[in-house]
Design a protein around this ligand. Structure first.
Ligand code: NAP
Length: 279
């Protein structure tokens, strides 16, 4: 089994994004990403710092708007303001949100042209309809890794474990758009291992440490592990047990797989949004 180097893929994308940012900046527009943070959650703060570092690396301006004591109304008002601000090209809203507030609700207030993490339900609808849009960056990262690894998708059997709006469903739609034959699995799927073992391409987006192991993996399968599960020692573990994935053809590690590609694609999407806005 070969480990896929997500950091190397992110570095290759960074080169392309840095060049595009330089061109846009020279033409008078510095791509600008606004990160709305309506939480004091420490894991979110860590993720936001990594977005800021990545933006700085490629020359994108990243403004972090921390909202104190937010409620649904103040978040949507802020997102409306950013949506109307011509100096902002990409907008993401971090979670967790206050009790009773859903990402679907606040995401609907991110202008689709700036919705670079696919949080507006309209963006997912456009993805389902095969129209140009931004897929959530994590789902886009899954496809980007498969493409850069030159994994053939047309006609292959793909299984996605997880059906969330942010990862599982959009990843399945993107695979379908590449002509894979896609099965979506979830907590009610019967005989999960047997369904997964049919797949040439297996995407694990569950949030259960090492749920996916030897019985789930078809020999030679390409396995993309989206899971980021905190470990007792402060680290991260994936949804796939690496010791049980020996038969796989390739596996993305956790950390160092999908995560760095996701963050870099937020930058790529911001550049695309800025380019579209000036053209
Ligand atoms: P989520 O909203 O909790 O969805 C989890 C999905 O897994 C649900 O569809 C659930 O099924 C399914 N599931 C739960 N237990 C299962 C089981 N035993 N067998 C089969 N399916 C099961 O999680 P998410 O937001 O999609 O995130 C999934 C994982 O990806 C998490 O570890 C998260 O931290 C990680 N993640 C990583 C990145 C990144 O950039 N690397 C970004 C986002 C998320 P039901 O629908 O039936 O409940």
């Amino acid at each position: 089994m070969r480990l896929i180097d997500g950091r190397a893929i992110a570095a290759a994308i960074a080169e392309e994004v840095t060049a595009a940012v330089a061109d846009l900046t020279a033409a008078g527009t510095t791509p600008t990403l606004a990160v709305v943070v309506p939480t004091d959650d420490e894991a979110t703060a860590w993720y936001v710092r990594s977005i800021e570092r990545t933006a700085a690396k490629v020359g994108i301006t990243c403004r972090v708007d921390k909202l104190d004591h937010p409620d649904g109304e103040s978040i949507t008002k802020h997102l409306n303001t950013l949506s109307a601000d011509p100096t902002v090209h990409g907008i993401i809203c971090q979670t967790p949100l206050p009790p009773g507030v859903t990402l679907d609700h606040v995401g609907a207030h991110i202008a689709p042209a700036k919705d670079i993490d696919g949080a507006n339900p309209a963006s997912l609808g456009r993805l389902a309809a095969g129209l140009p849009t931004y897929a959530p960056a994590t789902a886009a990262a899954v496809l980007e890794i498969l493409k850069r690894e030159q994994v053939p998708l047309t006609g292959t059997r793909a299984a996605v474990v997880g059906r969330s709006t942010v990862v599982g469903k959009p990843a399945a739609l993107l695979l379908l758009a590449e002509n894979a034959t896609v099965t979506i699995c979830h907590s009610r799927t019967e005989n999960l291992a047997a369904v997964c073992a049919e797949a040439d391409v297996l995407i694990a987006a569950v949030g259960r440490t090492h749920l996916i192991s030897t019985p789930h993996i078809r020999p030679g399968a390409i396995v993309i592990d989206v899971g980021t599960n905190p470990t007792a020692d402060g680290g991260l573990a994936g949804d796939v047990d690496p010791d049980g994935a020996e038969a796989a053809g390739a596996l993305t590690p956790v950390p160092g797989g999908v995560g760095p590609v996701t963050t870099m694609l937020l930058m790529g999407h911001t550049v695309r949004a800025a380019t579209n806005m000036i053209n």
